[in-house]
Design a protein around this ligand. Structure first.
Ligand SMILES: C[S@@+](CC[C@H](N)C(=O)[O-])C[C@H]1O[C@@H](n2cnc3c(N)ncnc32)[C@H](O)[C@@H]1O
Ligand code: SF4
Length: 402
C-alpha cells in the first residue's frame, strides 16, 4: 500500500533586508532604507509561526535556517529573541542544527560569539570570491580581508562548523583565478563549501546589463572540473550539484529539502512544504502535501502575514520529488519515493528503467542516483518526469533556501 508518511521537519526563517542589493541577486531581498524595523518584523514572525504551528503539532524541528537577505543585519539579541519565540511554539530536537547566513561586511568584532550564545551553531558566510576587483564587479560590500577576518572570528567564537559561499564563472575569471578562490576558501578551514555558477537571473541588473568578460560555457565546465578536483583533494566531498562538505558536515537543513522533507517557512516571501500524513486524524486534509508561500513585500507581509496554501497534486509529485532528490550525488532510497509522495513506485518504474538504459540514472543496491552524465544534464533528465504531470501549469521553483 502507498502511504504518505510525515518526513523530517525543518524551519526556514527569512530576513529580507541587505545593506545593498547585489546586481546578480534575485532572492527576495531589499536594500535597507532607513531603520531596520526590528521589533515590528520579529513580532510579525511570531504571529506567522504561531499561526502555522498547530498544523505541525507533535513534530520535532530537526533544523533551522535563517536566510535572506542578510539575517546578520539583525543584532544577536534579535536572533536570540527569534529563536526563543520559535521554541515557544515549536518543539526543537535536542541536536537541532541552527544555521544563520552572514555577510562578511556586517560582522563587527565579537559578534559571532554573541550569535553563538543566542543559539546559532552553524554559519553560512557569503564570501563569493577572494579577488578584490571581482568583489567590486559583483557589487559586494566587503573586501577579501573582511571575509578572512569574519572566518577568524568564527573560529575564535567556537563556531567552527561553517560554510563559505563561492561563486564561479565570474567576469574575467579563468581556471587559475577560480582555483585561487577555492584555495583561499580552503585556507580558512570551513567544514562546508557551496560553489555556485553565476547565473544571470531574469529581472536582475546583470540580466539587463551583463557584465563584460563572462567565461564561455566550456570555460565554466573546465572551472567546475578543476575546482571539484581540488576540493576533493582537500577532503571536501561533493554531495549535491553545488555543495561540498568534510565528512559528516553536510548541511542537514538543505539535505532535508533535497530528500523532499518538510519545512515550515516564515518571513517575507518564505516558502514552506507540509505533509499531512495519510491517516492523520487531526486533519481533514490527510494525504495532502501543501506548499505555502508568504507575501514577498516586507511591508505588506508585516501588515498581513497569512501564507497562501497550494496543494501539490499527485500528478506533480514525481517530478517535484526527483527535482530535489536527484540533485544528491548519492541519490535516494527508493522506498522514500513512496513514503514522501504517497505514490507507488510502479508509476515511475518504466521511465526509470529507460533512463538507466540510457546511462543517465543508475541503481546502487536500494538507491537510485544520477550518473555523472545524468548530473550534468539534470534539467533534461528531469523533463522525463514531467510526463506524469499533464495538468501542471509551470513554476517549478527549486524548493531550497540557497
Ligand atoms: C541569500 S545569499 C547569501 C547570504 C548573504 N546575503 C550574502 O550574500 O552574503 C545566498 C547565496 O546565493 C548565491 N547566489 C545569489 N545569487 C546568485 C546568482 N545569480 N548566481 C549564482 N549564485 C548566486 C551567493 O553565493 C549567495 O551567497
Ligand atoms: S547576494 Fe546576499 S547580500 Fe547580495 S542582495 Fe542577495 S541576499 Fe543580499
Amino acid at each position: 500500500m502507498s502511504r504518505l508518511i510525515a518526513p523530517p521537519l525543518s524551519l526556514y526563517l527569512h530576513f529580507p533586508w541587505c545593506v545593498r542589493k547585489c546586481p546578480y541577486c534575485d532572492f527576495n531581498s531589499y536594500t535597507l532604507q532607513g531603520d531596520l524595523q526590528e521589533s515590528g518584523y520579529l513580532d510579525t514572525l511570531e504571529r506567522d509561526i504561531a499561526s502555522q504551528a498547530p498544523e505541525v503539532a507533535g513534530r520535532e524541528i530537526v533544523s533551522v535556517f535563517m536566510g535572506g537577505g542578510t539575517p546578520s543585519l539583525f543584532p544577536p539579541a534579535a536572533i536570540a529573541r527569534t529563536l526563543d519565540m520559535a521554541r515557544k511554539h515549536l518543539a526543537f530536537a535536542g541536536d537541532v542544527e541552527v544555521t544563520m547566513e552572514a555577510n562578511p561586511g556586517t560582522i563587527e568584532r565579537g559578534r559571532f560569539a554573541e550569535y553563538r550564545a543566542a543559539g546559532i551553531n552553524r554559519v553560512s558566510l557569503g564570501a563569493q570570491s577572494f579577488d578584490a576587483g571581482t568583489l567590486t564587479a559583483l557589487g559586494r560590500i566587503h573586501s577579501p580581508d573582511e571575509t578572512r577576518r569574519a572566518a577568524e572570528e568564527l573560529h575564535a567564537a567556537g563556531l567552527t562548523n561553517f560554510n563559505l559561499d563561492l561563486m564561479y564563472a565570474l567576469p574575467g575569471q579563468d581556471v587559475a583565478a577560480a582555483l585561487s578562490d577555492v584555495e583561499a576558501a580552503i585556507a580558512l578551514k570551513p567544514t562546508h563549501l557551496s560553489h555556485y555558477q553565476l547565473t544571470l537571473e531574469p529581472g536582475t541588473v546583470f540580466a539587463a546589463q551583463p557584465p563584460e568578460g563572462l567565461p564561455t560555457d566550456d570555460m565554466a565546465d573546465e572551472i567546475l572540473t578543476a575546482c571539484g578536483a581540488r576540493l576533493a583533494e582537500a577532503g571536501f566531498a561533493q554531495y549535491e550539484v553545488s555543495a561540498y562538505a568534510q565528512p559528516g558536515r553536510q548541511c542537514r537543513h538543505n539535505l532535508n529539502y533535497w530528500n523532499f522533507g518538510d519545512y515550515l517557512g516564515a518571513g517575507a516571501g518564505a516558502h514552506g512544504k507540509i505533509t499531512l500524513a495519510d491517516g492523520d486524524h487531526r486533519s481533514a486534509n490527510s494525504g495532502a502535501i501543501i506548499r505555502t508561500t508568504q507575501t514577498r513585500d516586507p511591508r505588506r507581509y508585516m501588515a498581513s502575514p497569512v501564507p497562501t496554501r497550494t496543494p501539490v497534486p499527485e500528478a506533480q509529485r514525481p517530478f517535484e520529488f526527483m527535482l530535489n532528490a536527484l540533485r544528491l550525488v548519492e541519490g535516494f532510497e527508493v522506498e522514500t519515493f513512496t513514503e514522501r509522495t504517497g505514490l507507488p513506485w510502479d508509476l515511475v518504474a518504466r521511465k526509470v528503467e529507460k533512463l538507466v538504459d540510457q546511462q543517465l540514472l543508475e541503481v546502487q543496491g536500494s538507491r537510485l542516483l544520477a550518473t555523472m552524465v545524468g548530473l550534468r544534464f539534470l534539467n533534461n533528465l528531469l523533463l522525463s518526469f514531467l510526463d506524469e504531470t499533464p495538468q501542471t501549469t509551470g513554476g517549478f521553483g527549486l524548493s531550497t533556501a540557497i
